[in-house]
Write a protein that binds this ligand. Structure first.
Ligand SMILES: CC(C)(COP(=O)(O)OP(=O)(O)OC[C@H]1O[C@@H](n2cnc3c(N)ncnc32)[C@H](O)[C@@H]1OP(=O)(O)O)[C@@H](O)C(=O)NCCC(=O)NCCS
Length: 161
């Protein structure tokens, strides 16, 4: 098992794992996966990784810019997704640990996550890695015509702040 940089050739596997989360209905507002070009443009080039076992991508993690305004370059949003068949084996925690370390090396001082309150598993995982709940936006956006709340979680680097 290894964690390595996410390459364009990994994208079909990355998108397939994300599709599982779309199908779940309680994880993301997305209705379909992006093209590689859009995904690539939306995520920081040096902060995207896959966890691979025997040549198979089982999970991925990435950070995206949150605000394009000057001064906010150290604030990023986290995405972490584990293939359903590989969940519950600690792969999510391994990737969280890895990207937090890398993000601090690359001067990211705040990581944010936007999580449906129903996704208790993800909220617990974030708490385990030092994230705290900033609050819950009620009716933040609609998914398939239903208003959904968003719990906003934040981790601030103790090394950088
Ligand atoms: C959330 C996710 C990343 C966790 O990764 P994982 O490899 O399955 O993590 P694990 O099951 O090994 O558990 C990690 C921690 O989550 C929590 N957890 C796990 N299962 C849980 C459950 N059923 N209910 C509540 N908390 C749970 C625990 O704190 C656990 O730590 P522990 O093993 O010390 O108890 C993974 O399940 C996933 O990809 N889910 C779908 C996508 C998703 O929700 N991504 C986050 C979007 S914001």
């Amino acid at each position: 098992m290894q964690i390595r940089n996410l390459l364009p050739t990994d994208y079909p596997a990355v998108a397939a794992i994300y599709q599982q989360a779309i199908d779940d209905g309680n994880i993301t507002l997305a209705m379909k996966t992006s093209t590689w070009e859009d995904w690539d443009a939306d995520h920081l080039p040096n902060l995207r990784f896959v966890l691979e076992e025997e040549g198979l991508v089982l999970a991925w993690v990435a950070l995206s810019p949150v605000l394009q305004r000057t001064g906010y370059q150290g604030v990023a949003e986290l995405s972490v997704y584990v293939d359903q068949a590989a969940q519950g084996r600690g792969l999510g925690p391994q990737l969280m640990d890895f990207i937090i370390g890398e993000s601090e090396r690359q001067c990211i001082w705040t990581i944010l996550s936007f999580i449906f309150p129903e996704n208790v598993r993800s909220i617990k995982l974030h708490e385990k890695f030092g994230f705290r709940i900033l609050g819950t936006q009620e009716k933040a956006a609609q998914l398939r015509g239903v208003w959904r709340d968003n719990t906003i979680m934040e981790r601030r680097s103790k090394q950088l702040i």
